[in-house]
Design a protein around this ligand. Structure first.
Ligand code: SF4
Ligand code: SF4
Length: 404
């Protein structure tokens, strides 16, 4: 028989470790000051709208699909509010039990340990939005003047108040997910259900006492407070298992209110799976096609051309190079299909530091040829070393009409 409480506590521990590790390993992190979005090792720039769009749509449909299939299992097993609220309540209960004769000492011990934990949790939370090393520096300099410092102080205070006083009331008052779940669930969604066709319930109320949301699952499987944690299943299994003639508990996880034992794959679930696969495919294609170094070249047509003292014709161009990788890169420009032309760059290749964006200008000169084209189409290529990508830019070179 599955012990849901033990399973849930193990999942809570794994989620807590993931919560701690994600911002430090850049698996998922949104660096606001640097305007970067980190996703599984990829450093995405805020202007990479396509990838960020696919990422957000993919995550949103994963949440929707999980809610349709597994109901509020996210709330009971994965939600940080649930995990930290239960941990805070358990620590408070234990401290008050250990220090029972000295209630003020127990309160002081609990609130001071919660204050320390709040600083730590707020630090981890803000690390999702600010580079952790930068945050440590701000923390040790007690920075409460900059936006990050003020956010840190505010999040610490809110964390403390939340886990000291609000806890699971948050789930039934503020959190919109429970209400959203009501709209997403259907007749095949996983839920916790009480069924007693043989009138075996001994009215011990243990399922009610052990429920973290203080509800009675026997009234309905659709109560908005129910987070499908399964604690009442363990309670009932334990109590009825102790009877002289042990019985199976009366509360179970079931697929739908009719007591379905198997997950059903209907049209709605197939469509959701296809939508998730579509966005996952779009996301991974966009990531695979992503260029670590973004090169842009535009012709400066404020002046169409210039005739140099050497009699050659000059056209002016501008470039920008954004190195979105973590390595130093070099970009080499070269001309194709423009005979006798010269690329006048002060440096070629151009070095770009990791994360840097540089801009510059250059000229291309070519001999003025009588009978030549007014507009000559050519390609400018930009090769990146060591990344190995090559971008080709179709451009035009303009000569004076009298040179034709
Ligand atoms: S009724 Fe059962 S499954 Fe629902 S929140 Fe309470 S203990 Fe968890
Ligand atoms: S724990 Fe089981 S037997 Fe006890 S009140 Fe709840 S449903 Fe009835």
């Amino acid at each position: 028989m599955t012990n849901w409480h033990r399973l849930r506590k193990r999942v809570h521990l794994i989620c807590f470790l993931i919560f701690l590790l994600l911002p430090f390993s850049n698996v998922v992190r949104f660096d606001i000051p640097r305007q970067r979005f980190y996703f599984f090792g990829h450093e995405l720039w805020i202007n990479e709208f396509g990838i960020i769009f696919f990422t957000l749509m993919f995550l949103m449909f994963v949440v929707i699909a999980a809610s349709v299939v597994f109901g509020r299992v996210y709330c009971g097993y994965l939600c940080p509010q649930m995990i930290f609220s239960e941990a805070s309540a358990a620590i408070e209960k234990r401290l008050r039990r250990w220090l029972r004769p000295r209630a003020p000492v127990a309160s002081a011990a609990f609130y001071s340990s919660l204050a320390l934990a709040s600083v730590f949790l707020a630090f981890v939370f803000i690390s999702y939005f600010v580079e952790p090393r930068d945050l440590i520096r701000r923390l040790f300099s007690l920075d409460i003047r900059t936006a990050a410092g003020i956010s840190g102080a505010a999040v610490t205070l809110l964390t403390f108040l939340d886990f000291a006083f609000v806890r699971l009331h948050f789930c039934t008052t503020v959190c919109p997910y429970g209400y959203l779940q009501g709209m997403l669930s259907d007749s095949g969604t996983l839920l916790v259900r009480y069924s007693d066709p043989k009138a075996d319930c001994i009215e011990c109320q243990k399922c009610v006492r052990d429920c973290p949301m203080d509800i009675d699952i026997r009234k309905s499987p659709f109560q908005i407070e129910c987070v499908h944690c399964g604690e009442c299943i363990d309670s009932c299994d334990t109590i009825l298992g102790r009877l002289k003639t042990p019985k199976r508990g009366l509360i179970r996880y079931s697929w739908g209110a009719e007591g379905g034992r198997r997950f059903s794959f209907d049209a709605k679930r197939i469509i959701l799976l296809l939508v998730v696969m579509f966005y996952a495919g779009g996301l991974f294609t966009a990531l695979a096609m992503r260029h670590a170094v973004l090169v842009r070249v535009t012709a400066d047509r404020a002046t169409l051309y210039r005739t140099g003292t050497d009699g050659r014709i000059y056209n002016h161009f501008r470039y920008s190079i954004a190195n979105r990788s973590r390595n130093a890169e070099q970009v080499v420009f070269s001309l194709r299909q423009l005979p006798a032309a010269t690329l006048l760059l002060p440096r070629n290749p151009i070095s770009v530091a990791p994360g840097a964006t540089i801009t510059g200008e250059f000229d291309i000169s070519a001999p003025a040829r009588r009978g030549g084209e007014f507009v000559t189409h050519f390609n400018l290529s930009a090769s990146t070393i060591p990344d190995g990508q090559t971008d080709i830019f179709p451009m035009t070179f303009i000569c004076p009409a009298e040179a034709q």
